[in-house]
Design a protein around this ligand. Sequence first.
Ligand SMILES: Cc1cc2nc3c(=O)[nH]c(=O)nc-3n(C[C@H](O)[C@H](O)[C@H](O)COP(=O)(O)OP(=O)(O)OC[C@H]3O[C@@H](n4cnc5c(N)ncnc54)[C@H](O)[C@@H]3O)c2cc1C
Length: 498
Amino acid sequence: MQEKYDFIVIGAGVVGCMIARWLSRYEGRVLVIEKQADVGMGTTAANTSIVHAGYDPVPGSLKARMNVKGNAMWDQLKAELNFAFVRSGDYVVAIGEEELPALDTLMVQGRKNGVPGMMIINGAEMRAREKNINPNVSGALWASTGGICDCFQVNVAAGESAAMNGVEFRFNTAFEDFIMEGDRIIGIKTNQGDFLSRWVVNAAGLYSDVVMHKAGVRPEFKIQPRKGEYFVFDRADIQIDNVLFPVPSDAGKGIMVTNTVHGNTIIGPNAQIIDDKEDTSTTIPGMDEIWEGSQKLIPSLDRRHVIATFAGLRAMGNGPCKTPGVNYNKDYIIEIPENVRGFVNLGGIESPGLASSPAIAEEVIDLLKDAGEDLREKKDWEPIRPARPRYRDMSHKDRQLLVEMDPQFGRVICRCENVTEGEILAEIHAPIPALTYDAIKRRTWLGTGRCQGGFDMPRVVAILSRELGVSPMEITKRGHSSEYLVRKTKDLEIADDN
Ligand SMILES: Cc1cc2nc3c(=O)[nH]c(=O)nc-3n(C[C@H](O)[C@H](O)[C@H](O)COP(=O)(O)OP(=O)(O)OC[C@H]3O[C@@H](n4cnc5c(N)ncnc54)[C@H](O)[C@@H]3O)c2cc1C
């Protein structure tokens, strides 16, 4: 018999998981399907993790409204979901007198968008606030509501909150088509069978165009991936104290230099339009481009201290569409289309999609209510997703107490980032279990230091194998077809002997 739901969300990125958390507040059965092995393996896994203030989007756009509203929701969200977020403020930095007018333009745009707490400071003040800044700085726009977070922690926390409140998750489950009854969607077909539902929400990120086309919605809309590449610096190297953007150009917000909640400096992203939605490779020309861009803001960066590179793909919409006033590459689609019933359609959720994600979730709830859906709040909804101990961030005394309570927290598995076995076990047995190396890495930050997993990886494979009761040969980096081990060494010897 086919399982029946009230709501199915396609995609477990930050947007899908935030929507699931918001839906979990109301009565009804909710399912999130995700084609990959874990939450947050799409665009949400690779971005700059800035909670943008909201001065960038075009005034009057849905993107501007979602950004400014979403930004204001982050303090409460952090308090309830317990993820890393610092409202540090951010700067758009003008180098040379000729860039100064761009700050005024952004300030005016920000005011139109309703961004509070902005101020233009002069070059001397900026030099005092960031000791490594290019000495030719002429001024900066300071937006006090900007912030930094760990995008993956946010995604996991939203997903776990939903799961704790009864939302079901099915991983390795790919949407293939809709089941229709006339113009009404009544379910979906997936590679793991069919599921019936009164509503389906499209939160498929880079593939949101494919999903909406299956429903016959906006056939002219196309996602054009826009790649952004990054360098990550060793924490022991330069300490940048701030979030620094250059003045923006037509290509986007530009190559920035920023601190992160984990203490590393990162630089990037560039903006390369590509065709392949799976191509997250980094390229030599791209690396050179972001290096050059970063030098404009912080000339003293030293390339020898780069410990990692990565790339993410923005889900940019294509150009102007048939609807007057809507430009797909400038705005989000968040709608209940008129020609199909039972469908909440999202598309083009590129930056600042992370910052906007709580507002997008609330928008989806509002659309459902406007469509006449009788959403009844659960009496026992639990807003808090409890924090788990992070050994690295604790005082010596707290560490001692924790180890006394549970000696597994005294066994350090990742020496660069000080991550213990106790933390790994907590993630493996969490509301959304971490079942691959990358799932544990992204939740605990192990393997992200100077040795890039060289020390911890075999230990994590052994722990996962023991806890899941499977052979180490079955443990993967990120799900299907990414096993670490191909055969036992002894088998190799026997094969050679023969
Ligand atoms: C370089 C870069 C920098 C950025 N910087 C920032 C920033 O600093 N601040 C900010 O606010 N935003 C930023 N963004 C944007 C932000 O990362 C995205 O807007 C956000 O992560 C989008 O989340 P999502 O859930 O819509 O998409 P995703 O995270 O991609 O999630 C979509 C999910 O759908 C799944 N899926 C797809 N097809 C199917 C299917 N057929 N069946 C089942 N599942 C499917 C995918 O596997 C994926 O997990 C940046 C983006 C990039 C690329």
